[in-house]
Design a protein around this ligand. Structure first.
Ligand SMILES: C[S@@+](CC[C@H](N)C(=O)[O-])C[C@H]1O[C@@H](n2cnc3c(N)ncnc32)[C@H](O)[C@@H]1O
Length: 278
């Protein structure tokens, strides 16, 4: 069973990182592009009928600093970005105001942002035609309950495009850390098959499912660890992230060097992609 996140701490941490986040979120950007392409392909194919090719309301769950808002807003009559971190909502609003088209749409309330917990959305039943969520649902304390909540707010026939972090992520960092600590250095995550079962139990039809490995490359370990921290991935479920002594850190650096390639030091993420329908 997965342990629980302290949601106030998660929100605080993402608020602190909100304005620096985009510079460190290479994997998030790769994943967002892949998920947006799946969404565009879905719109172009038979998955979606002409009547809802442009969503009435498109929910961007865990929208972060609004990196995907412009592209998503183009697909919807009403775009709604939701995030638990006040700083992320603020950053999303600020960066949207820099875009002429979004500024106008914020003014006429067809683009909006809301600070809310994805597990308790202040939205009505069947109120959302489409849902996009890039690398946010891994922060759920109760994925099964979250999926019931998403099922509740999606309109019948509504589609969702979701990506998440799976087990065996942040390698080889996670395994090396485990060698030095008496506990895991990173959080356990569900497998792709666990998510698939939960999606089906919640009532969704699973239209597409895929596991992919994405890698970020770093010139040194300090930069690599900083990137994990900047995107909040070092937030522990039940305890503070443990610190290594300077001797352990040197040894850790030495071990990590064995993984260096001409691209630098790797950090692998296992990501799950789901296209589902209510
Ligand atoms: C890794 S970021 C992804 C941001 C954005 N979707 C992107 O593609 O860059 C995860 C986001 O999920 C948000 N988040 C975490 N827990 C949440 C919750 N319970 N409800 C809503 N948002 C949450 C965080 O504040 C953060 O902005």
């Amino acid at each position: 069973m997965l342990a629980q996140y302290d949601k106030a701490a998660v929100a605080k941490r993402f608020t602190q990182q909100a304005f620096a986040y985009a510079d460190h979120a290479q994997v998030q950007q790769i994943s967002a592009r892949y998920l947006l392409d799946l969404l565009q392909d879905g719109l172009a194919s038979q998955q979606i009928t002409a009547s809802n090719a442009h969503f009435e309301t498109l929910l961007d769950l865990g929208c972060g600093p609004g990196v995907n808002s412009l592209e998503l807003a183009d697909l919807a009559r009403h775009y709604l970005g939701v995030d638990i971190a006040a700083g992320m909502v603020e950053a999303a609003q600020e960066q949207s105001l820099a875009s002429e088209s979004l500024r106008q749409r914020i003014a006429n309330s067809t683009v909006s942002f809301l600070q809310a917990d994805m597990e308790q959305l202040p939205l009505g039943n069947d109120s959302v035609a489409g849902l996009y969520s890039n690398l946010a649902v891994q922060w759920s304390n109760q994925p099964q309950q979250l999926l019931h909540e998403l099922y509740r707010v999606l309109a019948p026939g509504g589609m969702a495009w979701i990506s998440t972090v799976l087990n065996n992520s942040l390698q080889p960092f996670a395994d090396l850390r485990r060698d030095y600590l008496s506990q895991d250095g990173v959080n356990a995550q569900p497998t792709l098959l666990q998510w698939q079962a939960w999606l089906q139990q919640a009532g969704f039809s699973v239209r597409y499912i895929e596991e992919r490995r994405e890698t970020s490359w770093f010139t040194n370990l300090k930069e690599l660890v900083r990137s994990i921290s900047r995107i909040g991935a070092d937030q522990q479920r039940t305890h503070a992230a443990p610190q290594l002594s300077s001797r352990e850190w040197l040894s850790h650096q030495h071990s990590y060097e064995l993984f260096r390639t001409e691209l630098g030091l790797p950090l692998h993420y296992q990501l799950g992609y789901f296209v589902i329908q209510k």
